[in-house]
Design a binder for this molecule. Structure first.
Ligand code: KE4
Length: 437
């Protein structure tokens, strides 16, 4: 598969990208938006509504990124727009407690019962960093276990790569992260309980927490194998280790109560983001009151934030979470119906061409890999043909479909993706695949 020359007139995006690179590193405020792994110029987006994006050159696309997850109810949902407009007129932030923060906290605790208390922050990174620090402060232990291919934001303790041997010390995965940090983060392959058991045995009594994406979304979508989450729960119970589910991506997406509701495994702490802010900067971490009461000002573990829980973001989050609470008995069935029909359509399209592929999907998050392997962890995810994905990505853009600009991201769809979008996407995929064969 070759990346076909683009027939799209992207002159405005090209111009803006050239200008952006003069004052913004890489021309983007987050590397995930760069097209480094698929090549070409990142599209500059002008506006969006429902399931559709319009770029700076006026091209319209069906959007399967959804701002990397927040847009469960589509772009510019009237409830969110009205809430933000109304709050802006009463000022955007006070740096003091507000009633809307209580309403959002209560909604989170109602939707995610394992969360007895919750602290708002401004990003998923802040949520995971704070949760890990809290677990260390609560247990008095230093080490954390994370899983290869899981992304928890850019906190130093998470930008860590596996050491050369399975049990050797980890190493920094980015310049600027110290060896001192790396030594306290242990890594295990996703879905590998045996490896976790060996790590816990080798570091008995020194592990504060283990943190994972209960459904991996940052190496493409990879569900937990049967028994994996249950096994981690048991290991944590047996060794007084805090189990943290990073549900920044899965929270409110795969069930009202996230992956922990879908799989029936309860973590001690949960990290949230994306959907909780309705597209405004919101992260959150919460869980057992006994643990959360260790957070300042009640307890000694420090965490703070100027704009944490600011009323503008809280009003947007409240609009989305209220809609989830009111419609939770129907929207997840609708998302499942779309996802199932979409996945079946993709299989028909690719089977017709005899291509090597596999798909993983959980509810309204999914990935298409160009490999004949079953993708269950980072090692098998890496067998995918990333050149094929790059060609597919650009061919789908040509056909009016906006996918994540990396094979190792998940696609997201929401309640505004209906039959019209389904048919258009499957038709576009047939045309795109024909073009790059
Ligand atoms: P933020 O700091 O980007 O709000 O959240 C970090 C984070 C934490 N946990 C999980 C499971 C996440 O997926 C993320 C962020 N996700 C990426 C996309 N896979 C955000 C896109 C970006 O970095 O621009």
């Amino acid at each position: 598969m070759e990346v076909a020359p683009s027939s799209l007139d992207l002159r405005r995006s090209h111009h803006l990208y050239g200008h952006a690179q003069r004052s913004i590193p890489g021309g983007v405020n987050s590397p995930a938006r760069a097209f480094d792994s698929v090549g070409g110029t990142p599209l500059f987006i002008e506006e969006a509504e429902g399931a559709y994006l319009t770029d700076a050159d006026g091209h319209e696309y069906v959007d399967y990124v959804g701002s990397w997850g927040p847009m469960l109810f589509g772009h510019a949902h009237p409830d969110v727009v009205e809430a933000v407009q109304e709050q802006a007129e009463a000022s955007t932030s006070f740096g003091a407690p507000t009633e809307i923060e209580i309403e959002v906290a209560d909604l989170v605790c109602d939707l995610v019962p394992s969360v007895e208390k919750v602290r708002m922050v401004n990003s998923g990174t802040e949520a995971t960093m704070s949760a890990a620090r809290l677990a260390r402060g609560y247990t008095g232990r230093d080490k954390i276990i994370k899983f290869e291919g899981n992304y928890h934001g850019h906190g130093d303790f998470f930008l860590i790569a596996a050491g050369s041997g399975p049990m050797t010390l980890s190493k920094p995965d980015s310049p600027g992260v110290t060896e001192g940090n790396a030594k306290d983060t242990l890594l295990a392959p996703f879905n590998d309980l045996t490896h976790v058991e060996r790590l816990v045995e080798a570091h008995a009594g020194d592990i504060a927490c283990m943190i994972l994406e209960p459904i991996a979304g940052n190496m493409g979508c990879i569900p937990p194998e049967p028994g994996f989450l249950e096994g981690l729960r048991e290991i944590c119970d047996d060794n007084d280790i805090v189990l943290i589910f990073d549900e920044v991506m899965t929270g409110f997406r795969v069930a009202p109560g996230g992956a922990q509701e879908r799989y029936g495994v309860t973590p001690d702490l949960t990290c949230l983001g994306k959907i909780i802010g309705g597209g405004l900067p919101v992260g959150a971490y919460g869980g057992k009151q006994e643990i959360m009461d260790h957070i300042a000002p009640d307890g000694p573990v420090y965490q703070a934030g100027t704009l944490s829980g600011n009323p503008l973001a809280m009003r947007a989050g409240h609009a989305v979470l209220s809609k989830i609470a009111a419609e939770k008995d129907t929207i997840y069935d609708e998302l499942e119906a779309f996802g199932r029909a979409f996945e079946e359509g993709i299989h028909r399209n690719l089977d017709a061409l005899g291509l090597d592929y596999t798909t993983n999907r959980v509810g309204a998050m999914a990935s298409l890999f160009f490999t004949d392997e079953t993708v269950v962890d980072q090692e098998t995810a890496k067998t995918t043909d990333t050149d094929a994905y790059a060609a597919y990505f650009h061919a789908m853009l040509e056909e009016g479909i906006y996918l994540p600009p990396s094979q190792f991201e998940a696609i997201f769809f929401g309640t505004e993706h209906g039959n019209e979008e389904l048919e258009a996407t499957l038709k576009a995929q047939r045309a795109a695949l024909e073009r790059i064969q």
